[in-house]
Design a protein around this ligand. Structure first.
Ligand code: UDP
Ligand code: MG
Length: 136
């Protein structure tokens, strides 16, 4: 069935600073996820806290927000067939040690916090996250 979706992807500071942006983008485009929008930005800790507020009760929340705002990131709108799930599969498990071979986190992730990429986990959150970074 035809189910073209959009999802939000972020290349996190650990991967941007290691110049992995183009390699990661190639993984998306080689797997039929088109990059509709892309911008390199450096967000504040307050913005990161807003973006990750679903995690506000978690013990790692403060470090996570500090980390996402610690350096430039690349935010992208990916579009393609079942894009939300397709992106999650390409990313691999949250902990790079548990991620499958050839996934982005297995290839490039350093640790559970420096795991190179973010991806929306549902179509509903994808809409919210795209709106967060690409309102007008
Ligand atoms: N995270 C962390 N420690 C943990 C779990 C998660 O630092 O024990 C970070 C990690 O960078 C992860 C992000 O918090 O990507 C969001 O967590 P989530 O469970 O939503 O994982 P994801 O959807 O990114 O796979
Ligand atoms: Mg998540």
């Amino acid at each position: 069935m035809n189910n073209i979706e959009q999802t939000l992807s972020i290349i996190k500071p650990d991967a941007v600073e290691r110049n992995l942006t183009d390699e990661i983008k190639k993984i998306f485009t080689n797997n039929n996820l088109n990059i509709k929008e892309s911008k390199k930005i450096h967000i504040t800790k307050d913005e990161a806290s807003e973006f990750y507020k679903v995690h506000q009760s978690k013990p790692f929340y403060n470090d996570l927000c500090a980390y996402l705002s610690s350096g430039p990131i690349v935010v992208m709108i990916l579009e393609g067939q079942n894009a939300v799930l397709a992106n999650r599969k390409l990313m691999g498990a949250t902990n790079p040690k548990e991620a499958e071979e050839k996934t982005i986190r297995k290839l490039y992730g350093i640790s559970i916090d420096k795991n190179s990429v973010h991806g929306s986990d549902s179509t509903e959150n994808a809409k919210k996250e795209i709106e967060f970074f690409f309102k007008n």
